[in-house]
Design a protein around this ligand. Structure first.
Ligand code: SF4
Ligand code: SF4
Length: 189
């Protein structure tokens, strides 16, 4: 299937991830202490639904899974199978390492996880309650909220969609994966 051309500077995804990372770092550094950090797992433990992602992101996650220690991968694989069967949220993200609270695929996580806590939808939705509480602590001595320049989530979504097609729920990727390993026709379960 043909796709719209990616960025003239190369594949979009690494460029986009770098841009998001730069923006998040700048935001966090300009307004310390920003609460997002690796190991803060509140958002990962209470997802309204597992992330949506484009095929290229899913391909990267598969690479990330292959690099995990066997016991960690085995635990995550079991939870991926269970998540494929779920029809509704909320869910604990199957990629979360439950004991440490770290993302098991941190370097390969999708864009929605990278922007979460730093980007907003136009209507102001889609950021974390911890960040929100932090933002509400706007005082004269610490004018936090008034200085936040939120990233625009729609812009990221639009660029991803242009380059790779519409993002698909994680469950759907997991079901395709399950069906391809069991030889089942996609969509027959
Ligand atoms: S978005 Fe919220 S829960 Fe997630 S890392 Fe940031 S502060 Fe923690
Ligand atoms: S992929 Fe990683 S960062 Fe994203 S929700 Fe899951 S555990 Fe959290």
């Amino acid at each position: 299937m043909s796709r719209a051309p990616e960025s003239p500077h190369g594949p979009l995804l690494p460029i986009l991830y770098r841009e998001i990372e730069d923006r998040c770092r700048e935001t966090a550094e300009s307004l310390p202490p920003w609460p997002c950090r690796r190991g803060c797992d509140d958002c990962c433990r209470r997802l309204a639904e597992p992330p949506r992602l484009v095929r290229e992101e899913w391909r990267r996650i598969e690479i990330g899974l292959q690099g995990l220690a066997p016991e960690v991968r085995s635990e995550i694989e079991d939870r991926l199978v269970a998540t494929a069967e779920l029809d509704t949220g909320p869910v604990v993200c199957p990629f979360l390492e439950l004991e440490s609270g770290a993302c098991g695929i941190y370097d390969h996580r999708p864009s929605t996880c990278r922007t979460y806590g730093f980007y907003q939808l136009r209507d102001g939705a889609a950021y974390c309650r911890i960040v929100e509480e932090h933002a509400d602590r706007d005082t004269e001595a610490s004018p936090w909220a008034s200085k936040i320049v939120w990233g625009r989530q729609e812009s990221i979504d639009h660029r991803l969609k242009q380059a790779y097609g519409a993002p698909i729920p994680l469950r759907q990727w997991l079901r395709e994966r399950r069906d391809s390993t069991t030889g089942q026709q996609p969509g027959t379960s």
